[in-house]
Write a protein that binds this ligand. Structure first.
Ligand SMILES: Cc1ncc(COP(=O)(O)O)c(C=O)c1O
Length: 336
C-alpha cells in the first residue's frame, strides 16, 4: 500500500529521543528552548521570538488571545480544516467566513479586505504563499501549518503578518513526534503574552493560563526534523516535478517560493479516480471535502468547486521514485 502521507523518521530522531529519556528530564525544558531558538534562526527572527506549543490549534488560540480577540470579528477561509473554527470559538470571537480566490486553495484577499474584520487568520494552503503583505488595516495571523519554508519576497511565511503559527502534526512538512505547534511574531509584546499564558505552573497571581506545553521529547524530534527540513523540501520539489513532467494537470502556486505540501491534481471525477487508485493500493484524498467546508452555503462557489474537482496525490520525502512512477502509470489510465 502506498500511503497518502507518512512522516519521515529515522535513527537521528531515535537517538535524540533516547538522549532525552536518559537525561531524565522529559517535560518542557532545555530542548524546547533550543528548538524555539533554532526555529527563530530558520525563519530569520532573533532568539526568543518563537514559543513552542502543543499543536497548531493551541498556537492559533494563543495568537487570538494575545490579540485580545474576545468579541472581535475574525475573518478566515471557508476552505480549511475545522481547527480554525475551534480556536475562534475557544477565544470567544466571531467568525467571518470568506470564499477562495478563483482556482486557488487560498482565501480571496479582495473579499478579505472588504470584510472589515478586526483580525484575519490566513492559511497559506498547500504551501502556496498568499500575498498578504499589503493588508494594512487588519491584523493578520499567518497560518503556516502547510507552508513552513515558503517565502514572500525575502521573508519566510510566518513573519510577514502580525503573528504566525505552525503545526508539527505527523503529516505536516516536519513533525515534533506526532503533535506540536509554534507561535512566532516580531512583536515582543505578543511573544511575552503567549509565553506567559503557556507557563502556567507556580504562578502566584490568579490569572488564567493554559497547559499547552511541548515536551522535551517532542522538541528533540523537532530539532532533528528542522535540520532535515531543507532536504525534505527538495525531495518534495523533485516528486512534484515528476508528476508535472508526466503531464497531469496540477494545481500550482504562482509563486516560485512556495513549498510542495500537497500535489493536487485537477480532475472532473476525483471520487472515481480515488476509488480506482485505492484498488491498486494507492491512497489519495480529496484535500477538503464538501462536507468539511466551514459553511456549505452555495455562495462560497470557488471553495465548493475545488471540493468537486481536486485530488491530492502522495508526496512526502520517503516516497520512492519507483512508487511515484507507479502512481503516474495508474493515473494515466484513469485520466482522459
Ligand atoms: C491550515 C491548518 N491550520 C491549522 C491546523 C491545525 O494544526 P494542528 O493539527 O497541529 O492543531 C492544520 C492542521 O491540521 C492546518 O492544516
Amino acid at each position: 500500500m502506498i500511503e497518502h502521507n507518512r512522516p519521515t523518521l529515522g535513527e537521528d530522531e531515535q537517538q535524540a529521543v533516547s538522549r532525552v529519556l536518559q537525561s531524565g528530564h522529559i517535560a518542557q525544558g532545555l530542548e524546547v528552548k533550543k528548538f524555539e531558538n533554532e526555529f527563530c534562526d530558520f525563519l530569520g527572527l532573533p532568539e526568543q521570538y518563537a514559543v513552542a506549543l502543543s499543536s497548531g490549534t493551541s498556537a492559533l488560540f494563543m495568537a487570538l488571545l494575545a490579540l485580545n480577540s474576545k468579541n472581535k470579528s475574525i475573518a478566515m477561509p471557508v476552505y480549511v480544516c475545522s481547527s480554525l473554527r475551534n480556536a475562534v470559538a475557544m477565544a470567544q470571537a466571531k467568525e467571518v467566513l470568506i470564499d477562495n480566490a478563483t482556482d486557488s486553495p487560498n482565501i480571496c484577499l479582495k473579499q478579505l479586505k472588504n470584510s472589515h474584520a478586526d483580525i484575519a487568520i490566513v492559511p497559506h494552503m498547500f504551501g502556496f504563499p498568499n500575498e498578504i503583505q499589503n493588508i494594512k488595516d487588519i491584523d493578520v495571523i499567518e497560518d503556516c501549518a502547510q507552508s513552513l519554508g515558503a517565502s514572500i519576497g525575502n521573508k519566510k511565511t510566518g513573519i510577514i503578518g502580525k503573528a504566525g503559527i505552525f503545526s508539527f502534526y505527523a503529516t505536516k512538512l516536519m513533525t515534533s513526534g506526532g503533535q506540536g505547534g509554534m507561535f512566532v511574531s516580531e512583536d515582543k509584546d505578543l511573544i511575552d503574552k503567549v509565553r506567559d499564558y503557556r507557563d502556567f505552573d507556580c504562578r502566584r497571581d490568579k490569572k488564567y493560563r493554559f497547559n499547552f506545553q511541548m515536551t522535551d521529547i517532542q522538541a528533540s524530534i523537532g530539532r532533528v526534523q528542522l535540520k532535515r527540513l531543507p532536504s525534505f523540501l527538495e525531495r518534495r520539489k523533485k516528486i512534484f516535478s515528476m508528476y508535472k513532467e508526466s503531464g497531469v494537470d496540477l494545481l500550482e502556486s504562482k509563486s516560485n517560493t512556495s513549498v510542495h505540501y500537497r500535489a493536487v491534481i485537477k480532475v472532473r471525477n476525483p471520487i472515481e479516480i480515488k476509488e480506482n487508485l485505492l484498488e491498486k493500493g494507492i491512497k489519495t484524498i480529496i484535500p477538503i471535502e464538501d462536507w468539511e467546508l466551514l459553511d456549505d452555503s452555495p455562495k462560497y462557489k470557488n471553495a465548493y468547486y475545488l471540493t468537486q474537482t481536486t485530488l491530492s496525490l502522495p508526496i512526502y520525502p520517503s516516497l520512492s521514485n519507483k512508487e511515484v512512477k507507479n502512481i503516474i502509470a495508474y493515473l494515466s489510465k484513469y485520466i482522459k
